[in-house]
Design a binder for this molecule. Structure first.
Ligand code: F0G
Length: 350
């Protein structure tokens, strides 16, 4: 059966109002890709699969929650939506809003959004505004304006976003027949970790699919949940998770605790190194998306996690195409050849 989009596929399992009017780009149904060579590199003896969310319509996992939030908004006649974003939410909100015939406004931290995301938001027709501040500043501004004007907030403070994002957990259980033993993902504003835990719990209650231990991973320069306090000036190369005051922070900590998992931080070098390792397995993700696996690697290396005989699923949240700058900035400019066979031979054979 062709994929009907996550709302239609999991109708009845998502807590959305009756008046909801579906707006979909046929998101979801993303592949769960085995990466046995990466598992070997991490010590071997366990199954490792990547849920590649970069293959959603706008290139990130945000489309799952956005179809729900925009569908609810469309059902009650909303004409304008707004969000703060490190980039992916912006592109997704813009795409779904346009699809629904709504206006979208996105507020991004100035100079800290990857080129592919900014271009997406513009291409899909959002009004893009930059704030001289962080994502956290932007979020508090859009929350205030949505309370003052009839503009719908589509950040993950919007409960319907979480309802849509639960479907990632359902899909994993549907494909594997049960939840994995360990489940790892990057954590920024903490909507995704909250949604996955809700989804795994709901499916377990309904179908006895079991519960994973959750490993949430932040970047060291933006790790409020690891430090136990907000970070005023978050920094990391993984701009998607450059967040110092996660809106769903409490729920993220609860998910880690209830699942007997943990939230840890990794360095930018570990993130970029895992991005390269994933690409060496044919999966190019943006830096933030590699954080979950970078955290898993750190835990295995330090002996904090023994995965022998276990099944592990890692969510890679966004496509590498979203953030090409990080690669093109550091690469060697490709060699230029004259249009002659000898030149090609000498370049590749020597
Ligand atoms: N990975 C990517 C690629 C993201 O864009 C984000 C969040 C996360 C992970 C973290 O997910 O916030 O649910 O914990 N991006 C948001 C945005 C903040 O504006 O696009 P989270």
């Amino acid at each position: 059966m062709p994929n009907p989009g996550v709302l239609a596929r999991y109708q009845g399992l998502l807590n959305l109002p009756e008046y909801t009017r579906p707006v979909t780009l046929l998101e979801g149904d993303t592949p769960l890709i085995p990466v046995p060579r990466l598992a070997e590199d991490l010590g071997g003896g366990f199954d490792l699969l990547v849920k590649f969310e970069g293959l959603n319509p706008t290139g990130s996992f945000k489309d799952r929650g956005m179809t729900a939030a925009i569908s609810e908004a469309a059902g009650r006649g909303v004409s304008t939506v707004i969000c703060a974003s490190t980039g992916n939410t912006a592109a997704s909100a813009a795409a779904y809003a346009s699809r629904a015939g709504m206006r979208s406004v996105v507020l991004i931290p100035q100079g800290k959004v990857a080129a592919g995301k900014l271009a997406g938001a513009v291409a899909y027709g959002a009004q893009v505004l930059q704030v001289l501040g962080s994502f956290d500043d932007a979020l508090s501004m859009v929350v205030s304006i949505s309370q003052k004007h009839p503009i719908a907030l589509v950040n993950s403070l919007n409960p319907y976003r979480l309802e849509g994002q639960k479907t990632g957990a359902f899909e994993i259980c549907d494909v594997l027949g049960s939840a994995p033993d360990w489940f790892c993902l990057p954590v920024g504003n903490a909507g995704n970790i909250t949604s996955y835990w809700m989804g795994f719990q709901q499916y377990h209650a309904l179908k006895g699919t079991g519960l994973p231990h959750i490993l949430g991973v932040q970047a060291e320069g933006s790790a409020p949940l690891v430090l136990g306090h907000p970070v005023d000036h978050p920094e990391t190369v993984a701009t998607a998770i450059r967040i110092g005051r996660p809106a769903r922070g409490e729920q993220a900590l609860q998910a880690a605790e209830e699942s007997t998992g943990r939230i840890i931080a990794v360095s930018d070098d570990e993130i970029l190194s895992m991005q390269r390792q994933l690409a060496a397995n044919g999966i190019w993700v943006e830096p933030a998306s590699a954080a979950g696996l970078a955290g898993l690697a750190r835990q295995v290396r330090s002996g904090a996690l023994n995965l022998r005989g276990k099944r592990v699923v890692a969510v890679c949240t966004g496509h590498g195409l979203k953030d090409p700058d990080i690669i093109t900035r550091t690469m060697r400019v490709p060699q230029v050849l004259p249009p002659e066979l000898e030149a090609l031979e000498s370049a590749i054979i020597g």
